[in-house]
Design a protein around this ligand. Sequence first.
Ligand code: HEC
Ligand code: HEC
Length: 220
Amino acid sequence: MLKRYWRLTLAGALLVSGTVQAQGEVTNGQQVAMQGDGSGAPCLACHGLDGAGNNAAGFPRLAGLDEKYIAKQIRDYNSGQRVSPIMQPNVDNLSEQQILAVAAYYAQQPVPAAPAAGDAELVAQGEKIAKRGDWNHYIPACESCHGPDNQGMGATFPGIAGQHPNYIKQQLNAWRAGDRHNDPNQLMTGVAERLSEQQIEAVAAYLGAQQAVAANGGPQ
Ligand code: HEC
Ligand code: HEC
């Protein structure tokens, strides 16, 4: 009788707490970044614990990106909507709770200082495309979707100011080649396929040298 009573109490306690977690599951965002999904490499190995990423290696900066955008990208890798043989094995074992936790963690990291701008002429050309577009080639200003100064607009339009130039180029080329296709209504595909290779170089050089502003207000 006593045993039965304890069982019932335990069940009640689980119901009240509202969450039944898998045993031993790590649900702290920083710990997820340090340990990874349990089967792949830890996030920090490539993105850093601070989320700064790495330009030369093509690892995107995650620090200060919108947390819902980050979570969507992880889900897209897992569903195959966004394809990356490097990323997918590192996130395919994350639970939804871990995805939300690690996304919130990286969104809250302070954004690193922007590197100095390179080739002035290239950067000036990139600025024009980013702010005004190129109507001779039906290319809208990046700002018209990515928000003022390309700092991002909510969860749908990520901040691209202060993202690593090599990563920006890779993504634009992936859209042009049809390899990335997780954009709502193919909003980005239509833009990327009209950009020339030279324009991609220019806009990446410009954006990479802009100071990013954290989407969710930065560290608290
Ligand atoms: C072995 C290196 C590596 C590891 C480990 C890794 N990533 Fe990545 N990550 C990448 C690369 C490379 C890309 C860009 C892939 C592409 O082209 O889509 C990326 C892209 C991403 C993106 C998309 C960013 C954007 O701006 O759209 C998110 C979010 C992300 N990673 C989160 C994580 C998290 C969370 C973990 C740990 C659970 C993790 N990554 C582990 C290399 C890595
Ligand atoms: C019509 C709206 C629209 C315009 C204009 C636009 N974008 Fe985008 N862009 C998007 C959307 C939506 C996404 C996010 C797709 C997703 O959910 O994965 C995106 C994502 C991106 C990404 C990937 C960011 C990341 O973290 O992975 C890059 C890089 C990018 N855009 C560059 C540009 C550049 C450069 C321009 C201007 C030449 C531009 N975009 C103009 C809608 C737009």
